[in-house]
Design a protein around this ligand. Structure first.
Ligand code: ZN
Length: 485
């Protein structure tokens, strides 16, 4: 066993040495340095030695607000950032991090009378994130995340909107809101946060009204501030970040008062939740109350100058994809609202919306789900049927449900309601709206406008209804399954 480990070690060492040799000689182009998403120009370009990127420390760390000092007598560079200092000695594999000895594999060195330091070691020790893209030869350094302080928690009332707000002194990067039963409550966790409000002492606002009996708060753990809204009624708030991303708003609606706070600026209006009979008649489940505050962005594909794919009969255009997409999306919006969902449409008329504008709208509204309604096309008239696209992505993990789960449920229900060929739920990370949205997202391709039989169906009265009903059922079933998890 030991022998095998030793041999494996030697093999790995040989590979590392070979890589080192390759990079030392094959290193024609200098890597690009990116700091917090921006390309950083250094007076002397970074170099690669023994597979490690070295660069002059000054520009990088001073750009982050740190200091870099050089001691010529001791041949030492000391980099300080926040509470941490890293001391590197030229040609020594021993470094001091806050006075403690650490070993590094490639030492700092002098090239053309400039001090070059191993960026990965130094930046990581200073709390930065360092990423290396070998294909594009890009070193990405992200500054250490500073904890934000929660400075204010309060409630306000405007018209029929009751708002609970948490304010911080910095950009809130990470937060999660879940509604829970027994007892009914809304829990807000802000990670990377310290509670400054109330002197950091846990407590409650002691405010009660028609919706909740108290708002409690505490430093839940080292890194997390938690607020809990104790509910008197089963209502999930609509949750979003302020424009500057320093505040979290949770808006509750006080029913029985004239609607005033509700936004209908997009012209789609707000449809009141339907009665049980109406939903039963449509075969539509009611959305679980814990999912009702989560914003669903509905995106009718194409529009305005972009007509999408075209449907032809006898050589003339009989249907534009943008038209049928809008018809479907408007009906889907109605059905979801009737079932209790909170929605927003990227367009409600025949208007142009940029491809990258669509995910931006959803991200800007802190939406929980993005649904893009499209129809398919092919150069051949043969392909037919329905498919749903999703992308597996890191950013969706905090939502309690995945793009894949939504896509599969929608595929099932569309197959049932439309009865076309099942082409399946497909992982398609290449699509911009799937890739650029931070929340679970799907693209539905209802039918093929290029297929004569599909086209005939698309031009019938039942098509938009069947499409919208199937999509709504699929979305609601998947969200209900995820409620409370
Ligand atoms: Zn399309």
């Amino acid at each position: 066993m030991r022998k095998r480990l030793l041999m494996m070690g030697m093999v790995i060492l040989a590979i590392v040495m070979a890589l080192g040799a390759v990079s030392a000689y094959a290193d024609e182009s200098s890597p690009t340095l990116v700091l917090d998403g921006q390309k950083l120009e250094t007076p002397d370009p970074p170099v690669i030695r023994s597979g490690r990127t070295l660069l002059p420390a000054k520009v990088l760390f001073e750009s982050m607000g740190g200091t870099v000092e050089w001691n010529g007598d001791l041949r030492q560079t000391t980099i300080t950032l926040g509470d941490t200092s890293v001391q590197l000695t030229i040609d020594s594999t021993t470094a001091l991090v806050n006075g403690q000895e650490k070993t590094l594999d490639v030492p700092a060195t002098i090239i053309n009378s400039r001090t070059y330091i191993p960026v990965n070691f130094a930046a990581t020790q200073l709390g930065c994130q360092v990423l290396w893209n070998a294909v594009d030869r890009v070193v990405t350094v992200n500054s250490p995340k500073k904890a934000v302080n929660i400075t204010r928690i309060e409630t306000t009332e405007t018209g029929n909107t009751l708002r609970v707000l948490l304010e911080s002194d910095g950009v809130i990067e990470n937060y999660k809101v879940v509604s829970l039963e027994n007892p009914d409550r809304v829990v807000v966790d802000v990670t990377g946060a310290k509670m400054e409000f109330n002197g950091g002492v846990a407590g409650g606002l002691g405010i009660s009204n028609e919706i909740f009996s108290n708002v409690r708060f505490s430093q839940f753990d080292q890194n997390t501030v938690r607020a809990v809204v104790d509910l008197l009624v089963q209502q999930a708030p609509q949750v979003y970040l302020s424009q500057d991303k320093k505040s979290i708003y949770m808006d509750f609606v006080i029913t029985g008062r004239g609607s005033q706070g509700a936004d209908s600026e997009d012209g789609s209006g707000i449809i009141p939740p339907a009665g049980d009979d109406e939903l039963t008649a449509l075969g539509l489940p009611r959305l679980d109350w814990r999912m009702q505050g989560k914003l669903i962005v509905i995106d009718p594909g194409h529009g305005g100058t972009d007509s999408g794919s075209l449907g032809y009969e006898n050589g003339s255009i009989v249907l534009m994809e943008k038209e049928i997409n809008l018809k479907v999306a408007l009906r889907l919006n109605e059905l979801l609202q009737m079932a209790g969902a909170t929605t927003h449409m990227t367009r409600t008329a025949d208007s142009s919306v940029g491809l990258y504008e669509r995910p931006e709208i959803a991200n800007g509204l802190s939406a929980a789900l993005f649904v893009s309604c499209h129809n398919n096309s092919n150069e051949s008239t043969a392909p037919t049927g329905t498919e749903v696209h999703y992308a597996v992505k890191q950013s969706e993990s905090s939502h309690g449900f995945t793009s894949k789960a939504i896509a599969e449920s929608v595929m099932d229900e569309l197959e049932a309601s439309m009865g076309l060929k099942r082409r399946g739920a497909k992982n398609s990370p290449a699509y911009a709206v799937l890739r650029c949205t931070e929340m679970p997202a799907i693209i539905i391709e209802g039918a093929f406008i290029s297929n004569p039989s599909d086209l005939k169906y698309m031009m019938s009265d039942s098509y938009a209804e069947d499409y919208a009903i199937g999509a709504a059922r699929g979305i609601i079933k998947a969200l209900n399954a995820a409620a409370g998890n």
